[in-house]
Design a protein around this ligand. Structure first.
Ligand code: GUN
Length: 283
């Protein structure tokens, strides 16, 4: 059996077209959805990420502002910038790129963002909203995974989902989203014993660890859906995920590739959240 590929680029293209259409409709009412991306320091990976986010906004007709600051910026100055953006009516979404320099308390900065503009979904209010099923912004990566499941018409009711990884950005919110769709959810992590015994029972597996080959073919039930959130480099320097793609695709029913899977969906859901923030603000 060879798995069907869930193409994150194709799905992103479709969703971004919908974003562009909705953005046009808002513009006709005099509101241009706006995202502020704040980068502190010169982390090379972060520079690439923020550039991609700003470009994606432009391509979909969203307004975006990139604010870049020296790594020496004080926490107080950054908090003041966040507060100014909270009060800026042309900005509907605020994203402070992580990681921040060590002298800045990242959690404090995230909590300073107005929950109404928290398009990353990292604020405690957003996390609480997700946990209780209230309206709020969902973190983009797990939200993108949910959209991928939706795109294949997958009904999660009563299915067993195993999430590997328990980060605040992916693993934990992913588990809550799957639970909200009535899946039975297991969260596995670095201290989990006998991961294979769990994954072999899974109808859906989300690998979000940040380590190559965490999931291999012998760990997957035939026909299972495998979503790979990992972004790693192999020995040749090529981008790869957490899943042994070549092996697992022979067993799984569906699989997401790396690159071209969950990655593009993360930025797409950021655009969706920003648009949603603008729509809510204009109501
Ligand atoms: N750093 C790596 N991924 C992300 C993300 O999704 N949002 C923010 N703000 N920083 C990140």
């Amino acid at each position: 059996m060879t798995a069907q590929i869930i193409d994150g680029n194709a799905l992103s293209k479709q969703l971004r077209t919908e974003v562009a259409t909705r953005a046009q409709a808002l513009k006709a009412q005099g509101v241009t959805p706006g995202l502020a991306v704040v980068l502190v320091g010169d982390n090379p990976a972060s520079q690439v990420y923020v550039r991609n986010k700003v470009k994606a906004c432009e391509d979909s007709g969203l307004h975006s502002v990139l604010e870049k600051y020296e790594a020496t910026m004080t926490e107080a100055d950054l908090l003041a910038r966040v507060e100014a953006l909270n009060n800026d009516p042309s900005i509907h979404g605020i994203l402070v790129q992580l990681p921040l320099p060590a002298h800045i308390d990242a959690q404090k900065v995230i909590e300073a963002i107005s929950p109404a503009k928290d398009v990353d979904g990292f604020h405690i209010a957003s996390a609480g909203a997700l946990m209780t099923g209230m309206p709020g912004f969902w973190p983009c990566t797990p939200y993108g995974c949910m959209k991928m499941l939706e795109s294949i018409g997958y009904d999660l009711r009563g299915k067993h989902a195993v999430v590997i990884g328990r980060s605040n950005i992916v693993g934990k919110p992913m588990a809550l989203m799957l639970l909200q769709k009535d899946a039975t959810v297991t969260v596995a992590h670095s201290r989990t014993q006998n991961l294979k015994a769990l994954t072999l029972q899974a109808d859906v597996i989300v690998a979000a660890v940040g380590k190559r080959n965490v999931l291999t073919a012998d760990m997957v039930k035939p026909g299972a859906v495998v979503l790979d959130v990992g972004m790693n480099r192999n020995d040749e320097g090529k981008l790869c995920g957490d899943v042994d793609f070549d092996g697992v695709k022979e067993v799984a029913g569906y699989i997401t590739p790396v690159p071209g899977g969950v990655g593009p969906m993360t930025i797409t859901m950021l655009l969706v959240n920003t648009l949603e923030a603008a729509e809510r603000a204009s109501k």
